[in-house]
Design a binder for this molecule. Structure first.
Ligand code: ZN
Length: 242
């Protein structure tokens, strides 16, 4: 739903809730979509924001106002939600590093949205049981410091901690790739079957496991190179140099 990224409406036996709210300007289409399922927006259980980039928090204010539902967000994203702005994230590959650099220099206004007050902030984890859903929200940093994910009935809603478009699973933007890798290792331990990234199609957990293995191998190659370097007193055989 909405904008270039997905926000997810999760309908279950005892209610419904939202994961993210899309880019600014999509409030009406989200409200229409909710009504099209025969649901009354005023019964929305909660709005969980995986983080506060504009394409996730863009309609949080209006959706909260219309529904009265509480907004849940990690504490380190809370100020950005209140201010309605965020720093442009770092790119993880050459193309996105350039996009990030240009965004940081010239397009700061793009990273803004209508500010909202959070209702529930958490540090490590939050159970939405009291709000009527057996959903667990966990802090999964890396893409941003406060990025978080929601686990519900074997499904993982990972925001921008996962990606599944243009042949990429590793997100094109991440402020801390080492922490993101730790987050991925955590994802791999979860009893889930399906992952829902905010950009691209849903995917089976095996796609994540495979991509994680690939990244692990990259890590090992680097480690071996470093080891070789040490053994050869700072000189690598020519065929290993890149
Ligand atoms: Zn993001």
């Amino acid at each position: 739903m909405a904008g270039v990224g997905h926000c997810y409406l999760v309908i279950h036996v005892s209610g419904f809730f939202l994961v993210d709210t899309g880019s600014p300007g999509h409030f009406q289409s989200i409200a229409r979509r909710i009504h099209s399922h025969g649901l009354d927006l005023r019964n929305l259980q909660f709005i969980f924001l995986t983080h506060t980039h504009y394409d996730h928090a863009g309609n949080a204010f209006l959706l909260k106002e219309a529904s009265g539902a509480p907004i849940i967000v990690h504490e380190s994203e809370s100020d950005m939600l209140k201010q309605g702005t965020h720093p442009v994230p770092n790119g993880t590959n050459l193309v996105f590093k350039i996009i990030s650099f240009l965004g940081q220099r010239f397009s700061k206004s793009h990273a803004s949205f209508k500010a909202a007050n959070p209702d529930i902030v958490f540090q490590t984890a939050y159970s939405a049981k009291d709000l009527g859903a057996e959903a667990l929200i966990v802090h999964t940093p890396g893409h941003t410091l406060g990025s978080s994910s929601l686990i519900f009935e074997g499904n993982l809603f990972a925001g921008d901690s996962l990606f599944n478009a243009a042949g990429m699973v590793w997100p094109p933007f991440a402020n801390d790739e080492a922490r993101l890798l730790e987050t991925w290792k955590y994802f791999d331990t979860l009893p889930i079957t399906t992952c829902y990234p905010a950009h691209g199609k849903r995917m089976g957990k095996e796609v994540l496991t495979k991509a994680l293995k690939k990244r692990g191998q990259k890590g090992r190659v680097k480690l071996n190179r470093a080891k070789l370097r040490g053994q050869s007193h700072g000189r690598l055989p020519t065929d290993l140099e890149m």
